[in-house]
Structure formats: C-alpha cells, structure tokens
Design a binder for this molecule. Structure first.
Ligand code: IPM
Ligand code: MN
Length: 359
C-alpha cells in the first residue's frame, strides 16, 4: 500500500471546518481506491498561533513540510491580528511561497453545474481556465521590506529573468498538458497579463514571455493589459485557457475569476515549486461566518483534488471532481448568491461521500 506523508495546517476562522470536511471526503476517496493512504501530521500555524507564540509558524512545522510529500493548508489570518508595521501577522504566503520557492500559484477558475453566477447563459465548463500567478517576486517581493516614513511609503516591484522564464514555461506546459483547450474554440492558449504599456518591468516580462512562447509552437501566445484583462475575464471568459501574470495581478484577477464561478468558495489553488507543493483555497479565513455552518468547503476539497493529482493519483482526483460535479448537478446542496452553503461544510462533505460511494 502506497503511503503519502501530508502536513495539514487547519488554519484560522473557517479553516478547521473546511479541512475537517475535506478529510472526511478524502477518507472516502482512499477507501474507494484501496491502494493508498494519506498519513497526516497536524500543525498549527497562522493568526491564532501568532497570538500564542509571537510567530505565525514554527521551525518544526517548516521542517515537517520540507520532509512531507505535500501540505494541505486551510485559510489563515484574522483581520485584527497585525504586525507592528500594520500588515497581517497570520498570513503565511511570504514564509511558505518564497521560503519553499513555490514559484507558480496555480488557480483554476472553472464553472460547475447549477452554480448561480452573475454572468448570464454560461453552461458549466464554458468557464474553465487556470490563472498561473507568479508567486515569489513581482510587487509582493516587497512584503515586509517596504520603506515608510511619515511623509511617504514605497514598495518595489522586481522581475527577474529566472522568475519570469520559469513561470512562463510552467504556464505553457500546463496549457499543453490540460485535457482541453479554451472552451471558446478548443485552442491551447496562454495569455500574459501585464502592464507593459506603462511599466518597464512588465515590458521585460513580456519579452521573456515571447521568448518562451517560441518553445511551444502548438500553443497560441497572446498579451493583454491588466485593465483590459479584467473586462475580458467577465465579458468573454470562455476565451481563456491559461493566464499567466505577476504576483499582485494574479492575486486580484483570481478573486475576480472566482466571482464569475460562484464565489471564492469554489476556488482551490496549488503553490508549486520544482521540489515541493502545498494546496489551499484562494480565500481568507472568513471569521465572521466561522462555526455557523455556512462556509462552502469546495475550495478546500478541490485543493485536495489538486493535491491528489500532484501525488500522481490522477484517477482519484478525477473521481473526486466528478463527485463534486454530480452533487452540484443534483443540487444536493445549494450555493447562495453570496457564496455560502446551507448546512455548511458538513452538509457538503456528506453529499460528496454519498456521490463517491456510487462511483
Ligand atoms: C491569496 C491571499 C494572500 C495573498 C493574502 C492573505 C496575503 O489573498 O492567497 O490570494 O495575497 O497572496
Ligand atoms: Mn488573494
């Protein structure tokens, strides 16, 4: 029996309920498959941990992630828990993404059946693209390093050749590997979103993108400015297959994409490096609805699906996604217009387990 060591960080706010629901569903996935086990090591990290210990993650947890096959993380951070510089103390992006050099933040935006969305007349899968957000540099390299005086403040955006090359190459490979091209025309297409009409750093990114594109003649390469891209992702989402972009733009555009498919509760993500990866929802910990049985855990469940895929359990990942699709298709739970689920994570977990039972 193959066994995988997984570090689990339940996180803050709704994190623990999402993770509990996901673990329940994963239990069923393993039971069905019968040939692998996920062995979990639980670690606390985030805003609650910071309040108790003065740091948001311990060296032991970092070491455990280093040794594990993958890590699964719930949302972290609490609005009131801040560092002296005013930024959030609980968020772990800096320490995990940069710390483990996980340079590609893979954020699928995919419309599932029967999910109510503000765009009219889009059948499921008519929205199905992936945002690859550069995860280690860009403007957020300045995280914790900006300069501030009483009169002015500055954060610096940095693009390196290495950083641009590897994330562009990652995006093109993903476009080739995905089972389908863009919903609009079936074309394999990578869109670079930048602001090279204004900033030199983005012009640099664009040139490197064009160089990398030459290595992938079967994929259409195109450019869009970020303002135009924001409009296009709402007005013509079916045009996109893979979107690659800078760190902050990817942060913003992935929430925009989430809004077009039923909310951030539908949005999983994978933080990928060449050696390691961890998996999490794209959203925060929503402390206002924690413990109220209203959170949509599909972001966390689908992130677990991405983890199974990464571990080489492609079939199990597909079965899990199929269970999600069927449960939604049959309206076994309903996602409200503000992205919440009646009955919350527990309700969703039991519906998914029943669907998995049938497959
Ligand atoms: C995300 C989150 C984080 C980010 C926050 C919590 C720092 O919004 O994963 O998109 O900006 O990277
Ligand atoms: Mn974000």
């Amino acid at each position: 029996m193959k066994s995988y060591k997984i570090v689990v960080i339940p996180g803050d706010g709704i994190g623990p309920e999402l993770v509990d629901a996901t673990l329940e569903v994963l239990e069923k996935v393993q039971e069905n498959a019968g040939d692998f086990r996920l062995s979990y090591e639980f670690h606390e990290a985030g805003a609650n941990y910071y309040q108790k210990h003065g740091v948001n993650i311990s060296p032991e947890t970092l070491e455990a992630i280093r040794k594990a096959d993958a890590a699964m993380k719930g949302p972290v951070g609490l609005p009131g828990v801040r560092l002296p510089d005013g930024t959030e103390a609980g968020v772990l992006g800096g320490v995990l993404r940069s710390g483990f050099d996980l340079y590609a933040n893979v954020r699928p935006i995919k419309l599932f059946p029967k999910v109510a969305i503000p765009l009219k007349d889009r059948p499921p899968e008519r929205i199905d693209y992936v945002i690859v957000r550069e995860n280690t540099e860009g403007l957020y390299l300045s995280r914790g390093r900006g300069i501030i005086t009483e009169q002015a403040a500055s954060d610096t955006l940095l693009m390196t050749r290495k950083g641009c090359e590897r994330v562009c190459r990652f995006a093109f490979r993903l476009a080739v590997e995905k089972s389908k091209g863009a919903p609009e025309d079936g074309r394999r297409r990578v869109t670079l979103v930048d602001k090279s009409n204004v900033l030199r750093s983005f012009y640099f990114f664009r040139q490197i993108f064009a160089e990398v594109a030459k290595e992938f003649p079967s994929v259409d390469a195109e450019n869009l400015y970020v303002d135009a891209a924001s409009a296009a992702l709402v007005m013509r989402p079916e045009h996109f297959q893979v979107v690659v972009t800078e760190n902050m733009f990817g942060d913003i555009l992935s929430d925009l994409g989430g809004a077009t498919i039923g909310g951030l509760g539908m949005c999983p993500s994978a933080n990928m490096g060449d050696q390691r990866a961890y998996f999490e929802p794209i959203h925060g910990s929503a402390p206002d609805i924690a413990g109220k049985n209203r959170a949509n855990p599909l972001s966390q469940v689908l992130a677990a699906g991405m983890m199974l895929n990464y571990l080489g359990r492609k079939k199990d990942a597909l079965l899990l996604e199929k269970a999600v699709r069927q449960a939604l298709e049959k309206e076994r739970f309903r996602i409200s217009s503000i992205g919440q689920v009646q009955g919350g994570a527990r309700q969703v977990a039991s519906a998914l387990k029943e669907e998995l039972e049938k497959n």
